[in-house]
Write a protein of this length. Structure first.
Length: 469
């Protein structure tokens, strides 16, 4: 080979190695970022953080820890008047032969209350009476109540408690069986408990449909989805909720097909707040608002992995706009003044210009088809530029919240249930749990007792959402 040919070969090898080094460095950054993920800079749950405390985005205040001066406390309160009074006389009076002379002079010096519960089971025997009428000579017989339809059955309070343990308490059916047996001495088979849960789900289904109809008429709805293990496979629970309503459905698909079957966004025309899942943007008739809590976590990840200053500037801007909005609302302003809005957008655009300059699209990684390879930081920058209006919607419209925490709180019990009780055995069981969870979540938002609401439904009482208004 000639000298020129050797130089060309070496240059080609060097170019290949340089390209490989760039790819390996990008891979190294990605792996280090993945290693440093926690609940503060990603969607990982706090339970995965271990014992290391994560730093909050909230800035420390000058207030002392604990309740502040003038704070109205809410200590232990009596649920009702005392059922029993136990009198304690002085010990010296016990053996005194003149104690009867002092009995009329004793006064209550101090009262202490003990709040407790009684774990007892009761058995009620219903008996019908038969008599021959002396006037008509006909044989008359009494009737059992409508809810007493068997020679041996469980009462409605026991059924409601079993359902509440399984749904509200996220206790598995096997453990419900053990708890009822050990606490009340009532041994109910797991199959019977499962039937109680499915019967309750069937009774609340009309109310759940009423909840869905009210969600569709709401101006702002929080939506989210999470995976659920059913019979060794992953299905998806979809939530659509507000501050007063909770609607959850379980579908086999996570994307648009599953969202359509859930029956909310496909017929919704208001504002949907979500975590920027691409399937949500397929609904063009919906105004979209992004969850800034997710964005703050992603910005924290950028700061920790790349130390790019624009991420800190944008994080501070979003938090400051959240504080400014709270101040405007406390002063009775329905919206931010135009000059404040202009300044917010100007600062946002300036920050994203700096972000784009630090994260340009590399020519060496442009693909012939599809979007260019950008990595996590580049993809976040592109998304923040494209979705600027949705990101700042909470500030341009004070009726839109800053984050999507409402939906995440409403759907969290599905994860708690799975962590405590394991997977669901059937899709039918998961959907029964979703129906009861929708009903209970809405009832509790109305300030009503979940146990009493379940009991009333099992008794056949008609429950309407007008009860909550």
């Amino acid at each position: 080979m000639s000298k020129e040919e050797l130089v060309d070969v070496h240059l080609a090898v060097i170019a290949t190695q340089a390209q490989k080094i760039v790819e390996l460095e990008a891979r190294l950054v990605e792996l280090e970022a993945r290693l440093n993920m926690n609940s503060r800079n990603s969607s990982k749950p706090p339970s995965s953080d271990g014992f290391k405390k994560q730093k909050s985005h909230r800035k420390p205040s000058d207030k002392a820890p604990g309740g502040q001066r003038g704070h109205k406390g809410s200590g232990l309160k009596l649920p009702h008047a005392p059922d029993e009074y136990v009198l304690h006389s002085p010990e010296a009076c016990a053996d005194c032969h003149r104690a009867s002379e002092c009995s009329g002079q004793q006064k209550v010096s101090e009262t202490r209350h003990v709040i407790d519960i009684r774990t007892v089971s009761t058995v009620t025997a219903h008996q019908t009476l038969r008599v021959r009428c002396p006037r008509s000579e006909s044989l008359l017989e009494g009737c059992f109540p409508e809810n007493v339809n068997g020679t041996m059955q469980y009462g409605v309070h026991l059924k409601a408690f079993a359902v509440a343990l399984n749904a509200v308490g996220a206790v598995s059916i096997d453990r419900v069986h053990v708890l009822l047996r050990d606490t009340f001495g009532v041994s109910i088979s797991t199959g019977t408990i499962s039937s109680m849960v499915s019967a309750c789900a069937a009774k609340v289904r009309p109310v759940v449909e009423e909840i869905r109809a009210l969600v569709l008429r709401s101006p702002v709805v929080h939506v989210d989805e999470t995976g659920v293990r059913v019979g060794g496979q992953t299905v998806w629970s979809h939530v659509a909720s507000t501050a007063g309503l909770t609607y959850i459905g379980v579908q086999e698909s996570r994307g648009k097909a599953g969202i359509d079957v859930s029956g909310v966004l496909s017929s919704f025309s208001g504002t949907a707040v979500h975590d920027c899942w691409a399937s949500y943007f397929s609904y063009s008739g919906v105004r979209h608002g992004l969850c800034n809590a997710h964005i703050l976590r992603e910005l924290s990840a950028v700061l920790e992995s790349t130390s790019q200053s624009w991420a800190r500037r944008l994080l501070d801007l979003l938090l400051s706009l959240k504080r400014v909005k709270a101040e405007f609302l406390s002063c009775g302003f329905p919206a931010a003044p135009p000059d404040v809005l202009y300044d917010a957008f100007r600062k946002y655009d300036s920050i994203m210009s700096a972000a784009l300059s630090l994260n340009p699209v590399s020519v060496s990684v442009v693909k012939s088809r599809g979007r260019p390879v950008r990595g996590k930081t580049g993809a976040l920058v592109d998304r923040l530029v494209l979705r600027r209006d949705q990101c700042l919607l909470f500030f341009t419209d004070f009726g839109v919240p800053f984050d999507n925490n409402q939906a995440e709180r409403d759907i969290r019990l599905f994860k708690v249930k799975q962590k405590v009780s394991g997977c669901f055995r059937t899709l039918f069981g998961a959907r029964c749990f979703a129906s009861i969870l929708s009903f209970v979540g809405t009832v509790r938002k109305c300030g009503l007792s979940a146990f009493q609401a379940i009991r009333d439904v099992l008794l056949g009482k008609l429950f309407s959402m007008t009860t909550c208004n």
